[in-house]
Design a protein. Structure first.
Length: 50
C-alpha cells in the first residue's frame, strides 16, 4: 500500500505501519510501500499499543 492509499482508507485515524519496500539515499530513508498493522481513533490508544 502506498501513503496516499493509507490516507484514503484511514482519513481520520492514527495508524501503525510496517515498511514493506524502502531504500536509503544520502542518509535519508524513503518508504515506497507499507502495510497497516493497526488503526486507532485516538492518539493515546496508539501510544498505549503493546
Amino acid at each position: 500500500m502506498r501513503w496516499d492509499e493509507v490516507q484514503e482508507r484511514f482519513p481520520n485515524e492514527w495508524v501503525v505501519l510496517e515498511a514493506t519496500k524502502a531504500y536509503s539515499k544520502e542518509g535519508q530513508r524513503f518508504i515506497e510501500e507499507m502495510s497497516v498493522i493497526d488503526s486507532y481513533e485516538e492518539s493515546t490508544q496508539t501510544l498505549k499499543r503493546q
